[in-house]
Design a protein around this ligand. Structure first.
Ligand SMILES: Nc1ncnc2c1ncn2[C@@H]1O[C@H](COP(=O)(O)OP(=O)(O)OP(=O)(O)O)[C@@H](O)[C@H]1O
Ligand SMILES: [Mg+2]
Length: 278
């Protein structure tokens, strides 16, 4: 079942954050969305998950018109496309196992959810998800006591509990050190390859997009300015996406590298590279 964005636009007052975006994404693809700060990457993902509504255009999943879903149908859609955030969005005081089980909420009746009753099968499923991500030993710890990399793995385990058709990740590694960034990206790739779940992830860094994604969508000023496989992402395409810096110098691709393989602390370095590029 493929996923289609047709002329999707989102305005905030006079500002057009996402401008007439069109894309067809076949089930099972791993897609990286790249672009400068403010390019519209988060707004695009949030519209897919319906955390934000498009001002115009159509978002379809098979026969389902996502942009007009309401009530239970909307909740079902939000279950089917799990979202992962830069800041993990766990409940820090709750233990890891409960955080993962929260991924089941949209699979069950409100009464059971309110009573916080999870079945034995769901608990086994949650522990299996934690095992798969190599963090089962943290199951009874408060989530807030884990390292960032571990917390993001908990968030992925919670997403798996939703049994999603699609995983949306908004800069899942921007707060992580290189080793944890690699673990998290490997986990997303594994989910994509083994379960055939479509993954759409915003990334600040070109080299991560190049090495993990089959397809890269480059955004600038709300528009799609590149859409193709990493091999086609030439320096000319990179210039279209990132433009030139204030002094007229072209952006140096190495400055947008994630340092997954390099001992550089990334988020701070990346933000300053971006500040230069804006
Ligand atoms: N709720 C909002 N209200 C007003 N303007 C918004 C809102 N959300 C986003 N914008 C604007 O829309 C544009 C796109 O923002 P968006 O967050 O989608 O960019 P981004 O590509 O995710 O950037 P970053 O890399 O910094 O996360 C920006 O100019 C932003 O200021
Ligand atoms: Mg963003």
């Amino acid at each position: 079942m493929h996923f289609e964005l047709k002329n999707v636009t989102r305005r905030f007052g006079p500002k057009t954050a996402v401008d007439n975006v069109c894309a067809v994404i076949p089930q099972g693809q791993m897609v990286g969305v790249i672009g400068r700060s403010g390019a519209g990457k988060s707004t695009l993902l949030r519209m897919i998950n319906r955390l934000a509504d498009p001002s115009s255009g159509s978002i379809r999943f098979g026969d389902l018109e996502v942009s007009s879903l309401k009530g239970q149908a909307l909740r079902n859609w939000q279950r089917d496309c799990a979202m992962i955030f830069q800041q993990f969005n766990l409940v820090p005081r709750l233990d890891v196992l409960t955080n993962v089980l929260l991924g089941r909420l949209n699979h069950r009746s409100t009464t059971l959810s309110v009573l916080n009753i999870f079945s034995r099968e769901e608990r086994i499923m949650a522990i299996a998800a934690l095992e798969r991500l190599g963090i089962e030993q943290t199951a009874l710890q408060p989530a807030g006591t884990l390292s960032g990399g571990q917390q993001q793995r908990v968030a992925i385990a919670r997403a798996l509990m939703q049994e999603p058709k699609m995983v949306l990740a908004d800069e899942p590694i921007a707060s992580l050190d290189p080793l944890n960034a690699k673990i998290v990206m490997d986990a997303l790739r594994d989910i994509n390859a083994r379960e055939g779940i479509t993954v759409v992830t915003n990334l600040h860094t070109l080299d991560t997009a190049r090495s993990y994604c089959q397809r890269i969508i480059g955004m600038a000023g709300g528009r799609v300015v590149f859409d193709g496989p990493p091999e086609q992402l030439t320096s000319e395409a990179v210039r279209l996406i990132y433009g030139a810096d204030n002094s007229g110098n072209e952006i140096d691709e190495s400055m947008t590298s994630t340092a997954i393989n390099k001992p550089v602390k990334r988020p701070a370095a990346m933000k300053s590279a971006e500040a230069l590029a804006v």
